[in-house]
Ligand binder design. Sequence first.
Ligand code: PEP
Length: 248
Amino acid sequence: MPIRPAIIGNWKMNGSGKEVKLVSRFADFLDKHKIAADVMICPPATLIGRAGGAIKGSKLKIGAQNCHVAASGAYTGDVSASMLKDAGAKAVIVGHSERRAGYDETDKQVRQKAQAVIEQGLQSIICVGETRQQFNKGQTLQVVGRQLRGSIPSSATPQSTLIAYEPVWAIGSGRTPKPADILRTHAHLRKTLLKLHPKEGAKFKILYGGSVSAANASDILALENVNGALVGGASLSFKDFTTILRSV
Ligand code: PEP
């Protein structure tokens, strides 16, 4: 059975009330066009409720970008997976490199977050990726393999968990790895998933993320073991994101 691709927009810390209209436009587009992919937008937490309310009944899903490990408690400024679920999120990105680097998130913390997300019945989108320096030293496979093994909970299933390979140096830079490099890294992630989950490893979605654009999406999405894309900047543009969706 071929894997149904997923295209997920990560808005990062961008967007206010007026951008809810853009989410509605994506929902209308999905309802009018036959797109062979699961599509999700992850806006800032402040917009999850409003965005979800605006697109009720649509094929478009709303996700979140991070959560706390705990369900509730004295964690000023944080939100839990159950709160995100309550707000209408269907998935949570965990271990994005901007959080691994900016907040010193470890594989263990990422795994605990993914576990908290899965326990709420939401999907966890676990990000892995090497830095430019690690890429230059030829350490990509070693780094992403270690991150994946350390970040994926043993309870993860292809339904509950997606993996996103995002080279740190490709994010927001307009640069992407060569197709052969993406192929090799995704093949390694698949092999690692098969070792961890011999029965279901072949079914996990492995997304590529990092400067996916209207211009390069069809080439990247055509690569073996690339089962979709995590899209940052281009998901804030109606034209760019819908071009990416059409290229699935
Ligand atoms: C991201 O940060 O998840 C991302 C993929 O960003 P961009 O597409 O802007 O490189």
